[in-house]
Design a protein around this ligand. Structure first.
Ligand SMILES: Nc1ncnc2c1ncn2[C@@H]1O[C@H](COP(=O)(O)OP(=O)(O)OP(=O)(O)O)[C@@H](O)[C@H]1O
Length: 311
């Protein structure tokens, strides 16, 4: 608001404008909702995605992840406010796609084309595609340019797909389950290349996957979705200080329950309690608080989150 007021009354210094651009959200949603008939797939969610971040959108099957991405990409109409690079994706999709690259599933390249033909095609439809970058990436692999995609192994297809991602100069990359069906080596390679060769401060990535543990290390932010609602939104770094779990003999269970755990589980006379924002010193009196993986935090949060009344 301040920025708009300034712009209308006095000129904004270039440095100031650049600083404002660097912090302005790439994606801004307020009351974003999506109904399929009487089913609520997205239930009035609010969120911002800042530039230079890697956001993991995590949720169980049917949580609403793809619906959220499709709204961002302008592929479905929505209710509520949604802007991507300041534009309404549903109305200004063509202009938006100059800045956005979307990959659904790496295995979905057209099987009847050769790699060279795929490059021809992408060159024709995406103004940000740089063929020389793609060729350079591919030259470091064993993927032949002249072979039809149906004759490539899945790993080769991944590398071909990656070469396209790397060569599209997009400011926002949207990945929906990008490594579905790939073995662990190729999944790891995909994310390593993404981080080391593609990502920099000028780009933003939004990614969904069920293989949370494999992308944990690349994410700067996470959003957990359940029943079309956001149940947790946080910087990944903050999770470590925020969440902790302690395992104790069952005889201490009541005392730990008094500290307000998010979730508890137990077996064989031991109880494990998960805490969100608890006083570490208070937990330490019972047992050393342990660091939790993103997958563990996800499970605990999902157990705790009340089921939406939207179904
Ligand atoms: N075109 C549609 N018509 C009706 N319901 C739909 C449609 N698309 C999605 N849904 C429903 O909306 C809900 C959210 O679907 P969505 O694909 O966004 O989930 P998701 O989190 O991506 O799931 P998954 O991890 O299984 O891909 C699901 O219950 C789904 O059945």
């Amino acid at each position: 608001m301040t920025r708009q007021a300034t712009a209308s009354s006095e000129p904004v210094a270039p440095a100031e404008a650049a600083a404002a651009d660097a912090t302005r959200p790439i994606v801004r949603a307020r009351g974003l909702a999506k109904q399929y008939g009487d089913f609520t797939a997205l239930d009035h969610v609010d969120f911002d995605v800042a530039p230079g971040r890697i956001l993991g959108v995590i949720g169980a099957n049917g949580a609403g992840k793809t619906t959220l991405l499709n709204a961002i990409l302008g592929l479905i109409p929505h209710e509520g406010e949604l802007t991507v690079f300041g534009r309404d994706p549903a109305r200004e999709r063509a202009a938006l796609m100059r800045d956005v690259c979307f990959i659904a599933d790496v295995a979905t390249l057209p099987k009847w084309m050769t790699a060279a033909q795929v490059f021809d095609y992408v060159e024709g439809v995406h103004p940000g595609f740089d063929r020389t970058v793609a060729l350079d990436f591919l030259s470091r692999t064993s993927v032949p340019l002249s072979k039809k995609i149906k004759k490539l192994s899945k790993g080769m297809t991944t590398q071909l797909h990656l070469s396209i991602v790397m060569a599209i100069d997009a400011r926002l990359l949207v990945l929906d389950e990008p490594t579905l069906g790939l073995d662990i080596l190729f999944r790891k390679q995909f994310y390593r290349s993404l981080l080391e060769e593609y990502f920099d401060d000028s780009r933003t990535i939004i990614v969904t996957t069920h293989q949370v543990e494999e992308i944990e290390h690349i994410l700067t932010d996470v959003m957990f979705i359940r029943d079309g609602r956001i149940v947790l939104e946080a910087e990944t770094e903050a999770l470590e200080t925020r969440f902790a779990q302690v395992s104790v003999d069952a005889c201490h269970a009541d005392a730990l329950r008094d500290l307000g755990p998010l979730y508890e589980s137990g077996s064989l006379g031991r109880k494990t309690f998960v805490f969100d924002g608890a006083d570490r010193a208070a937990l330490q009196r019972f047992a050393p608080p342990q660091r939790m993986s993103l997958a563990d935090i996800f499970v605990a949060t999902m157990q705790d989150a009340p089921k939406g009344d939207s179904q």
